[in-house]
Design a protein around this ligand. Sequence first.
Ligand code: PMT
Length: 385
Amino acid sequence: MSADSSSINTAHRTQSSPAIENAIDRSAPTFTAAIEKDETTYFDTNPPPPELEEFSRIAEEFVNLHCSHQRRVVLVTSGGTTVPLENQTVRFIDNFSAGTRGATSAEYFLEAGYAVIFLHRQFSLLPYSRHYSHSTNCFLDFLAEAPTDGSSRNTIVARDEYAAEMISVLRKYKHAKREKLLLLLPFTTITSYLFLLRELAMKMRPLGGKSLFYLAAAVSDFFVPRERMAEHKIQSGEFAEKDGEMEFVNPAGPGSGKKLIIDLDPVPKFLKRLVESWAPDSMIVSFKLETDPKLLIKKCKMALRRYSHHLVIGNLLQTRKYEVVFVDQESTHWLRLPQDTEEKTNSVGKFAGRHDPEIEALIVPEVVRRHGALIWHVVAATRSS
Ligand code: PMT
């Protein structure tokens, strides 16, 4: 089920609620959408990830299986991409995304009958295991030693108060695994993410309109191109050999005037290539993250105009777990979690059996409904022509 099964239970989290003032600097200029030449240049000058071929083969098998069952398939991208500063990477630039949106949404897509390709940042949250893998939600806290039955065997069980929810998660997880409904493919760097996105889009083509792209990953906007990347660990000062020993000749330190200046290039905006060339028959949903409420809807509309895809889901860093805005060619529509218990109880069972209501329980059914309408529309148009 997993191309990297070791990533399943070792989730490690980064800080997902950074101080707003330290978050994203959007004062940088905006860049135009990528054209074919940018695609060729980028993919010719940056190395593909070593796992590309293997993932491509696994994805092809997955798509063929679900194509034969006439099933809809969604590619969910999740977590943040890294920007390595050195080829033999010691340091890299990262972002805040823990992969909550992607991992949670994947579960709701599975519930809605989709097969899911989960292209995720390695060690970010995964569907199902996310319930027990957060560092403040350690899986050991859910377990207890069973009373001994007189024999010397030790048995571990789920604690009573968690058992009902755990068994429900476990059953869904086992079902997805048994039916081969979930394919986990990890990435780390921006370059491997982009290579994999393009490859998976090509492999999903046989699905036609039954394929959906749900791009929740936080994709780096800037990177160090291969030709400017240091091969080895960047040193903090200059050193030379003296009497057979290595010595710093100009050590970096406060007041030394030494600085590390990182010169980053913009990452081509490949969403346009995805829409026009890699996956022209698919429904494409992108996310837009902002920190300034005044900018959010404007930026969503700008993305729609630029990339001509189906839907932008806007969210603010501060409130992304409680509200999002759906922006398409015709309308702007907010989805919000109910505020109080009464509202929650009346919300037609959407949150039934769940401790904490999740905004994805509202987002995913709405995306699924729109995908269904699009499929229907295309079928109707084909019949009448
Ligand atoms: O993981 P969580 O903690 O739950 O957080 C979820 C989230 C906030 C990260 C998620 O909901 C979200 O908003 N994801 C998109 C964030 C983002 O990268 O926004 P952006 O403005 O950089 O990119 C917008 C779109 O442009 C994306 O769909 C991306 O695929 C596309 N893009 C971005 C960079 C690039 N070089 N090319 C692109 O095509």
